[in-house]
Each structure stands twice: as C-alpha cells, then as structure tokens.
Design a protein. Structure first.
Length: 302
C-alpha cells in the first residue's frame, strides 16, 4: 500500500475466501491499491469492518465514501449474506446488500452472486468479471470461461447470463497433487508436450480418468517419469475431462477466457487443440470494470 494519503471518490473491493483486494478510485482512475491475506475464510462477522478499515484507512477523508464489494464477502459465512440472483439475468443488477458499519466514513454495498436451479449451480465473484467484460462488449453472444479453483463456463446472450456450469478442476488438481499418492510424483516444472498429450487422452476416454491418475504414479516408480511431465499430465487429464463435459458450451461458439495469465493460457492451449479459437482477457481488469459498472448502477438507483 502507498504510504501517502490518497482520498478516493469510491473504493472497489474484491473480497475472496483467502485474500482481500481494494482499489481507491478518484476521477475515474485507480489512484492506489492494496491487498491483504484477511480473506472471508478467516474472519468472524465482527472482524470484517476492522480488516477493511486497516487496509483502506489512508484513502478515507471527512466525507462518507461509497464502497462496492464482490466475492465471498457476501456468502452465508461472510460479513452479511447477499442472496443470489437467479439466471437468466444480467450479471450485475439489483440485490446489493448493505451491512451495518460503525465507521461513518464508509457506505458498503455487497454485490450478490448468481444461482441456477437446474442443474443446481452458484457463483460469487465471477459475475462481476462477467459484468466487466460486457461493459466493454455489450453485444457479446457466446461463452465466457473463467478458470480457477472452480472453473465456470457461462453462456451469454442479449446481455444476460443464460446458463452456467462449474467444474472443481482447480481444487481437484490441488487435492491430488498435494494430498494423494501423486504428491510423490508431481512438483515443480512443466512440459507442454505432456500437457497436450494428456488433453487428447482425457478427451478421447474421460471415463478412464481415475486409472490414468494412478498411471502417473506407476510411471514415476517404474520409468522415472519426471515431476514436470507428471504435473503437466495431471493438469492435462483434469482439464481434458472438463472440456469433454463442457463441450456444449464451447463447440462452435465464440469463447473468451477471463483469468490469470498462466492458467488462462493452459485453457487456451487446450481449446486450440480441439479446433477452437479462444480469446483471453485479464481477470484483474475485468473485475475492476465490473465493480465500476456496479458502482455506476448503484449510484443511479434511488
């Protein structure tokens, strides 16, 4: 965080399970930013306001400043629950919730996530990135892919989220590589050829996934499979199985990937292998654009 005082017109906040990020916005531009490890997962309800103030104190002046927050801060276990908006609907609309605060210098609005009844699914935080992308391309008709711990495939039409599917691919990779027998075979490094081969393997036979996982361990023991190749193959098997299941979302559609650079590039490479032509866009920029769009909408509401 900058040591200089930077008064803000309003403050944008992305508050996830493990991290808190904030941006001071003045005259339409980011003037300062700060982050901490005080995510939703480690805070009791009464600890949210102090954690926030600790981060944004240098940006506060004498007047009440609007603050727009997205992410797990609005979950049932968060500061205050912001109930889901049911699709089909715009990604960011009505339903923001304002928690009670003791500090009169802040006016906090927490954005709701999105829900889908059948098949049951939810998102919280990604809807703001979707809104940010649509703020720049309002006529987009196609699929947005948001890779992460729980990757989202989102069908967009006429400015609305029509449907979406979530995949626990990132969480499964973390669990298998850190907590299963595969922790002895995976590690650092990467091998593009091994990743691409595993994508093709999983796409052709996704039902053999559990067997293919153990093969990685066996090959490490019997044939000296390197950590780099094992890691890339594990990732490729998981992403390949995800692509097989998500095929109705990306086949023949315009696909835009919103994510952090390395993971987004892995998904782009996997889709390209299947003949798709995905575009990629930075997650941070779309989050800020979405929070800005939400702030503009809230400001216009009575």
């Amino acid at each position: 965080m900058t040591s200089e005082t930077t008064y803000a017109d309003w403050i944008a906040v992305d508050w996830g399970t493990s991290h808190l990020r904030a941006w001071a916005i003045r005259d339409g531009a980011v003037r300062a930013e700060a982050s901490s490890d005080k995510g939703m997962g480690g805070l009791a309800p009464e600890a949210f306001e102090p954690a926030l103030l600790e981060l944004i104190e240098p940006w506060l002046g004498a007047h009440r400043i609007p603050l727009v927050a997205c992410g797990m801060v609005g979950a049932k276990q968060g500061w205050v629950e912001a109930p889901y908006s049911a699709v089909p609907c715009p990604p960011v609309g009505e339903g923001a919730v304002r928690p009670s605060v003791n500090d009169t210098r802040i006016d906090v609005a927490i954005l709701p996530g999105l829900s889908q009844a059948d098949p049951a699914d939810v998102m919280r935080g990604e809807e703001t990135q979707i809104a940010g992308y649509l703020a720049k391309d309002a006529d987009f008709d196609g699929t947005l892919c948001l890779p992460g711990t729980h990757t989202k495939w989102v069908q967009i039409s006429a400015g609305e989220v029509v449907s979406f599917r979530s995949f626990m691919t990132g969480e499964m990779f973390a669990l298998l590589s850190r907590n299963s027998v595969l922790r002895h075979s995976t590690g650092t490094g990467w091998d593009d050829a091994a990743f691409e081969g595993a994508i093709t393997e999983a796409m052709s036979r996704p039902e053999a996934l559990a067997n293919r996982f153990f093969t990685l361990r066996a090959e490490a023991l019997l044939a000296g499979l390197s950590e780099a190749r094992a890691t890339a193959r594990l990732s490729g098997l998981l992403i390949g199985a995800e692509l097989a299941a998500a095929k109705p979302y990306w086949l023949g559609a315009r696909v835009v990937i919103i994510g952090e650079d390395r993971l987004a590039q892995h998904y782009a490479a996997a889709l390209t292998l299947q003949g798709a032509a995905p575009e990629t866009i930075d997650a941070r920029a779309t989050t800020l654009a979405g929070l800005t769009a939400a702030y503009a909408r809230l400001k216009d509401m009575p």
